[in-house]
Design a protein around this ligand. Sequence first.
Ligand code: FMN
Length: 140
Amino acid sequence: MSKVAVVYWSSTGNTEAMANAVVDGAKEKGADVTLYECADFRPELVADYDAIAFGCPAMGDEVLEEDEFEPMFDGCKAELKDKKIALFGSYGWGDGEWMRNWEESCKEAGAVLATESVICNDMPDDDGVENCKALGAALA
Ligand SMILES: Cc1cc2nc3c(=O)[nH]c(=O)nc-3n(C[C@H](O)[C@H](O)[C@H](O)COP(=O)(O)O)c2cc1C
C-alpha cells in the first residue's frame, strides 16, 4: 500500500476543502493517507512517504503564503529530489501565475510532478472536487 501525505495551508477553507478531496481520492485508490496542516509537517517526514500532495492558495502578489507555508516548503525542497508530488490550491482574482511559478521551483528541485496541478477559483465546485480526487488517485 502506498503512503501518501497531503500537506496544506488554508486561511478561509477553500484549499482545505481541496485537501480533503485529495485525501478522499487517494484513499479510494487504497493509499494509506495522512493529512497535515503545514505547520505540522517538516522535512524529515518527506522520506516517510511514497508521494506527497502540497496545497497552498495564491497569496501576497501571486506567491505562496509566506509566514508558514513557504518556509516549510523551502525546508523540504532538498528532500524532494525524485519524489512523486502534486500541487493544488485555490485562488481569487489572478490567472494562476503563483501555481506556474511554484511548478517551476518544484522542477528545479528535481521533484517529479506526477499529475497536472489543480487550481480552483475560491471554493472548489463539483468539477474542482473531482479534479482534486483525481489528483489524490494519481498519487496512490
Ligand atoms: C492576502 C491575500 C492575498 C491574495 N493574493 C492573491 C493573488 O495574488 N492572486 C489570486 O488569484 N488570489 C489571491 N488571493 C485570494 C486567495 O487566493 C483566495 O481567496 C483563496 O480562495 C484563499 O484560499 P483559502 O480559503 O484556502 O485560504 C489573496 C488573498 C489574500 C487574503
